[in-house]
Design a binder for this molecule. Structure first.
Ligand SMILES: NC(=O)c1ccc[n+]([C@@H]2O[C@H](COP(=O)([O-])OP(=O)(O)OC[C@H]3O[C@@H](n4cnc5c(N)ncnc54)[C@H](O)[C@@H]3O)[C@@H](O)[C@H]2O)c1
Ligand SMILES: [Zn+2]
Length: 369
């Protein structure tokens, strides 16, 4: 039942590592580490919430555990210092490895520490949220926030091993499960822009339409399938464009407007996934408005998003100038035209650079009416 997705990037140095996706992989954590990492010592970084639940799995030979406070607000340079200094006190050196045991916050921070500690040491991702299993643990983006911006300091740094144990999703709260599901749905809309051949028989979109109940019941086979599908899609993007020079931008489907919502509500009112839900609806409506997709495609798409019931908060009313200013900061405005990842039919997207501000205004007004 367990699945493996191999990530092989040949453009830079030779990068080659496995992502294992399965149920109860944590029971065999030492086997995976010995076989695929083989470090002398392991420096495990996690947070209080996760440590309380999963402590029993972290009794690994020759390892030290650092337990951090829980929260995005700790994803900063103070915690970076704390991790680095603590690793140094534990005499972690170049033959050792860092392990990120947690969601995207722990993964991004630990990965960034690993990429700079002694100019880079081995690193393992053990993602424990749906969002980190389908998104943040894959692709090598690592970093921390500063007061001036989210993920302002960061790096591209690939792990040696990713262990996505879907049994950890049993303890995840519903809101965080839903935030991951928003990213899963995102992959469904971009699937055919990733695979060269259009995939008609094996559409993630159809799978999600048919398996909502299984997903919310946390059926193991279904979850493994979903996580594997998303990992493969992200892997296929990253191996073509590791450093986001082109194709990787399509992973930002739903994120242009999503980032605006997060930013204008100080990253506190909406989870990332909730903001992305509005962002995807925005992009779909805009795509329809400028004639890229049919009414039928729009309706079927919105029905899937609505069916998953990912958010019960209304879209906030912002001053329109604030929306545009925020997009400007996000470098998405040039000469009064905006850049969006928009839908084409058949689960494809394209990057459109010349969206009119008036079109944005119309869609926003439509969505808050
Ligand atoms: N590197 C990338 O490519 C990338 C992509 C997307 C998002 N991100 C980053 O990921 C972060 C968000 O990640 P996230 O959504 O995983 O949030 P998170 O790491 O904050 O985890 C969400 C909450 O769930 C708790 N938790 C984690 N695993 C649990 C489990 N198994 N059982 C119970 N509780 C658990 C955490 O303690 C936390 O309170 C953001 O900082 C974002 O910038 C990075
Ligand atoms: Zn995202």
């Amino acid at each position: 039942m367990n699945e493996t997705v191999n990530v092989k990037i040949t453009s830079n140095e030779n990068i080659n590592y496995p992502i294992f996706i399965g149920d109860n992989l944590l029971s065999d954590i030492e086997y995976y580490l010995k076989t695929y990492v083989n470090a002398d010592k392991y420096f495990i970084v996690t947070n209080k919430t996760i440590y309380k639940i999963y402590k029993k799995y972290l009794n690994i030979k020759n390892s030290k555990v650092l337990v951090l406070n829980d929260g995005e607000k700790y994803k900063n340079l103070d915690t970076y210092n704390k991790i680095i200094n603590s690793a140094a006190k534990c005499n972690i050196n170049r033959t050792d490895a860092f392990i990120a045991f947690g969601g995207g916050v722990i993964g991004d921070m630990t990965g960034f520490c690993a990429s700079t500690y002694m100019r880079g040491i081995k690193f393992v991702q053990i993602p424990t949220t749906l969002l980190s299993q389908v998104d943040s643990s894959i692709g090598g983006k690592v970093g921390v926030n500063t007061n001036m911006g989210k993920n302002l300091i960061g790096n591209f740094y690939q792990p040696k091993l990713v262990l996505a144990d879907i049994s950890t999703l049993n303890t995840l709260d519903l809101r965080n499960l839903k935030t991951g599901l928003a990213e899963v749905i995102k992959y469904a809309f971009i699937q055919n822009s990733i695979n060269n051949q259009q995939n008609i028989n094996n559409l993630l979109f159809n799978y999600l339409q048919e398996n909502k109940k299984h997903i919310y019941d946390l059926d193991k086979t279904t979850l493994i399938n979903v996580v594997k599908n998303c990992c493969c899609l992200k892997r296929d993007v990253v191996i073509q464009d590791e450093k986001e020079k082109g194709l990787r931008a399509i992973l930002n489907f739903g994120h242009t407007f999503g980032h605006v919502i997060e930013n204008l509500t100080n990253y506190s009112k909406y989870t990332h996934g909730e903001a992305i839900v509005y962002g995807m609806k925005f992009a779909l409506n805009l795509s329809y408005n400028i004639g890229l997709i049919s009414q039928d495609y729009l309706n079927t798409s919105l029905n899937l998003i609505n069916d998953y019931n990912l958010i019960n908060k209304k879209l906030p009313k912002f001053k329109f100038s604030n929306i545009i200013n925020t997009m400007q900061i996000d470098k998405k405005v040039e000469h009064n035209k905006l850049r969006f990842v928009l839908n084409n039919e058949n689960f494809m997207v394209s990057i459109i650079n010349d969206i009119d501000i008036d079109d944005i205004k119309n869609i926003y007004n439509l969505m808050i009416s």
